[in-house]
Design a protein around this ligand. Structure first.
Ligand code: FES
Length: 109
């Protein structure tokens, strides 16, 4: 795969699987492009932060640049491990290792 500029993503098809590869501030992530909720193209969602658990009437925003939000219903996933943020039953999206070799982005799928 060619170089992937910071702040961009590329969705690729590998052996019948759609995978989104992200460069977020120099950190590379790759996730399956299918939301476990209703099957949306998850990797077309926004990357940003989220509101953290806090006291009533208090809004604390955090995890900037580490959350992928599904474009259909807004479920939020940790970009680094695919874990659904608000759920503790282990729901997650498959992630893949990404390395940079000789200036090229290499997806280990
Ligand atoms: S399909 Fe992703 S949150 Fe519903």
């Amino acid at each position: 795969m060619d170089e992937l500029a910071s702040g961009t993503r590329k969705i690729v098809e590998i052996r019948g699987r759609s995978i989104g590869v992200f460069n977020v501030q120099g950190n590379y992530y790759a996730l399956r492009n299918q939301c476990p909720h209703k099957g949306a193209p998850l990797c077309e969602g926004t990357v940003g932060g989220t509101f953290l658990p806090s006291s009533p009437h208090e809004y604390v925003y955090g995890l900037e640049a580490s959350v992928l939000r599904c474009p259909w219903h807004g479920w939020e996933f940790d970009l680094s491990n695919g874990q659904l943020l608000f759920d503790d039953d282990g729901t997650r999206v498959k992630t893949y290792r990404v390395t940079i070799e000789h200036g090229m982005v290499v997806l280990h799928a």
